[in-house]
Design a protein around this ligand. Sequence first.
Ligand code: SF4
Length: 365
Amino acid sequence: MITILESKSAPRILAPLSLWFDKNKRSLPWRSENLKVEHADPYIVLVSEFMLQQTQINTVIPYFERWMKRFPTLKKLASVSPEIAMKHWEGLGYYRRCRNLQKSCQQIQQHGWPRNRDEMKLLPGIGSYTSAAIGSIAFQWPTPAIDGNVIRLLSRLHAKNFENQKELMIVEAWLEPALRKHGPSRLTQALMDFGSLICKKNNPFCMQCPLKKHCKAYNSDQISSFPKTKSKPSPKETHQGLLIIFNQDLILIQKPKIGGLLDSVYTFPSVRLSGKERIGISYLHRYTHIKEYTYPLAIHVKNKSIRSPYLWVNRKELSRLPLGNRDKLMLKRIKSLKPIKKLPKNIQILINKDIFKDCYQFPTD
Ligand code: SF4
């Protein structure tokens, strides 16, 4: 494979890419003006790379800007409660990232910044790609950061599919001399921008591509063959009743669970519904591998005495807690729903056995 990649050819082949980048680079709030030196504040790169995991640049920008106003330094983020940090992450999804970002900041605050990629990978939530991206952009380490955009570009350039870990390591070894030659931060970000703006998944702009002379897929008219697309399994469908339980002005909420889709945010209690039990209107929420139909149910009770991990909060307290997007949206919609008076059996069981210490009671009109 290494002979196929023409060892040491990367600095020459990718030279036009770094020139393209100098003229066409995107203006991003975390991007340094001078890409030839270490980033003035690696914390900025750390935050941006955590936010960009699983999330598109345009979605991240407003969150990043608000975040940096609220937590302008690593020290500030390391010192606040996880709930305050999570409240500012609210809406960005994949909430475990927020917890890991804060824990990473706390470890850096205590022990200093990692000195190499292996040390960087020991921080919570930082894997192979993120360590390489932070290393090259913040510290000018020649560590190739290979994401989906980069692998697509390289796959077309070489007319090869790079699928397994061994092949990715060969690609990294091929790129490394180019990072040293053209500057790690500059070339890493050039590859990212080029993959997303020019060598796009569909309809790449080959006519204006400065690499087309070297592009084996273009020159053999095989662009659509690279990279080979894997068929994704169709998302699993689930149906959830979301219980929005009121006791006069109080609303019942469940403390964050660790793990799962809504890791680290407060949620309303939910119960899985079968075909027979689906009640009322449903709203579709798409997660990466799941299509979830949510049935918001407004339930008014007289009970006060509840079990852990549930608690009663008023509207003001609720507004201060980190709540997932789905639950926020359902809370708005609940006003238009009639309160439920007769509940399916499994919901009764959840309410009686799991939530309340005594048998639930509806208020009398
Ligand atoms: S010629 Fe087309 S496919 Fe090849 S690298 Fe350039 S944009 Fe991508």
